[in-house]
Ligand binder design. Structure first.
Ligand SMILES: Cc1c2[nH]c(c1CCC(=O)O)Cc1[nH]c(c(CCC(=O)O)c1C)Cc1[nH]c(c(CCC(=O)O)c1C)Cc1[nH]c(c(C)c1CCC(=O)O)C2
Length: 342
C-alpha cells in the first residue's frame, strides 16, 4: 500500500493522531547545514534561484527531523522580483526593494514572469522526485497585500504605515497593484502544482494591521481571487491561508476566501482555535519563542495545543517562522512530544 500523506488527510477534515507536523521556516539559519549551503550559494537570492542548492536546503530539515511536510525553499518576494522590481537581501536588514510609485504599477512586466521563476518550478519538480512518498510537498506565495507592503515601503516596517497610507491616497493604484499580484500569484501557484506541489500555502503575514474595510478589500478579496483561479484549474488541491495577526477576522477569512486550511498565529486563543476547527483543518500555533526557551515553556505550550486541538483536524506547527537562535535540541524535544501523543 502506498504511504499516506497525513497532511492531505487532515486537510480533508480527518483527525490524525498524533497530528502531522512541520515548521514554518524549517529550512533556515538555526541549522548548521543550512548555513553551510548558504555560504556556498553566495547571496540568499542566488540560493532561491539555484535548484540543486534549494533542493538541498529544503531536504535538510526532512532528513534531520522527519517532518510530515516539506515547504519549497524560496521567498515570497521572488514574485515582485520576477515582475522586474529590484530586490536585495542584506544581512541583518532583511529585504530591500526600490519603493514602487503609483505610476509604475502599469509598467510591471509580466512577460518574463514564468521564465524568471523557472528555477523555482525546477526545484519543485526535483523535490517531488526526491522526497519520501509520505511527505507532503507544500508550495507557496505571499498574499497580494503582504507582498505589496514590501513593494511600497521598500523594506519591512513594524506597522506597514507606508502601504496603508498609499492605499488611502492612491486607492485606484492600490487596487490595480493587488489585482496584478493576485493574477500573477495564482499563475505562480498553478505552475508549482503542475511541477508537483501537493498543497499550496498563502502567507498573509501583514493582515493584522488593517481596519475592517481594508481587510476585506486588500486581504480577503485578492486571496479569494487567487483561490478561484487555482481551483478553476486544480479543484482538488488544498490551499492553506495564513492571515497572521488577523484576530477577530480569522473566521470570516476562511469562509470568504474559500481556503481549505487555516494557519493560526500564536496569539489566537485555543478556545477560539477550537471554534475555528469546526469549520475545517487548522494549522499552528506554538509561539516560536517557547521553542527558543525550551523546557517547561515548550512542554506546556505543546501540551495545551494537543489537548485542545488534537481531537480534530490539526497540522501541528509554529504560530510563525522558527527563529535563528532556536536550539536544535528543542526542536527534537518538540517533535518527540508531538509524536508520542496517541
Ligand atoms: C514576510 C515574508 C518574507 N518571506 C516569507 C514571508 C512570509 C512569512 C513570514 O511572515 O515570515 C516567506 C518565506 N521565506 C523563506 C521561506 C522558505 C520556506 C520555509 O522554510 O518556510 C518562506 C516560506 C525563506 C527565507 N527568507 C529569508 C530568510 C533568511 C535569509 C538568509 O538565510 O540569510 C529565509 C531562510 C529572508 C526574508 N524574507 C522576508 C523577510 C522579511 C526576510 C528577512 C527576515 C529574516 O532574515 O529572517 C520576506
Amino acid at each position: 500500500m502506498a504511504a499516506k500523506r497525513t497532511v492531505l488527510e487532515v486537510l480533508k477534515g480527518e483527525t490524525v493522531s498524533p497530528p502531522p507536523l512541520w515548521m514554518m521556516r524549517q529550512a533556515g539559519r538555526y541549522l548548521p547545514e543550512y548555513r553551510e549551503t548558504r555560504k556556498r550559494a553566495g547571496s540568499f537570492l542566488d540560493l532561491c534561484y539555484n535548484p540543486d542548492l534549494a533542493v538541498e536546503v529544503t531536504l535538510q530539515p526532512i532528513e534531520r527531523f522527519g517532518f510530515d511536510a516539506s515547504i519549497l525553499f524560496s521567498d515570497i518576494l521572488v514574485v515582485p522580483h520576477a515582475l522586474g522590481r529590484d530586490l536585495r537581501f542584506e544581512e541583518g536588514r532583511g529585504p530591500l526593494l526600490t519603493p514602487i510609485r503609483a505610476d509604475e504599477i502599469d509598467e510591471l512586466d509580466t512577460e518574463l514572469f514564468h521564465v524568471n521563476l523557472a528555477p523555482v518550478y525546477e526545484t519543485v519538480r526535483q523535490l517531488r522526485r526526491k522526497l519520501p512518498e509520505e511527505t507532503t510537498l507544500i508550495g507557496f506565495c505571499g498574499a497580494p497585500w503582504t507582498v505589496a507592503t514590501y513593494m511600497i515601503a521598500g523594506h519591512g516596517t513594524p506597522d506597514q504605515a507606508p502601504a496603508r497610507l498609499f492605499s488611502y491616497r492612491e486607492s485606484q493604484a492600490m487596487r490595480r497593484l493587488l489585482a496584478v499580484l493576485a493574477e500573477q500569484s495564482a499563475a505562480y501557484l498553478i505552475r508549482q502544482i503542475e511541477a508537483g506541489a501537493d498543497v499550496v500555502q498563502i502567507f498573509d503575514s501583514w493582515s493584522g494591521v488593517l481596519d475592517e474595510a481594508s481587510f476585506q478589500a486588500f486581504c480577503v478579496e485578492p486571496v479569494a481571487e487567487i483561490v478561484r483561479r487555482v481551483r478553476a484549474v486544480y479543484p482538488e488541491v488544498p490551499i492553506i491561508g495564513f492571515p497572521k495577526g488577523a484576530g477577530f477576522n480569522y473566521a470570516s477569512y476562511r469562509s470568504l476566501t474559500g481556503i481549505t486550511g487555516l494557519g493560526l498565529d500564536w496569539t489566537v486563543p485555543l478556545t477560539a482555535a477550537k471554534a475555528l476547527q469546526k469549520g475545517g483543518a487548522v494549522q499552528g500555533n506554538l509561539d516560536p519563542l517557547r521553542l527558543v526557551a525550551g523546557g517547561r515553556a515548550l512542554e506546556e505550550g505543546v501540551a495545551a495545543i494537543l489537548d485542545t486541538l488534537g481531537d480534530g483536524p490539526l497540522i501541528f506547527n509554529l504560530g510563525h517562522g522558527i527563529t535563528p537562535e532556536t536550539p536544535i535540541a528543542h526542536v527534537e524535544a518538540m517533535v518527540k512530544q508531538v509524536r508520542s501523543r496517541r
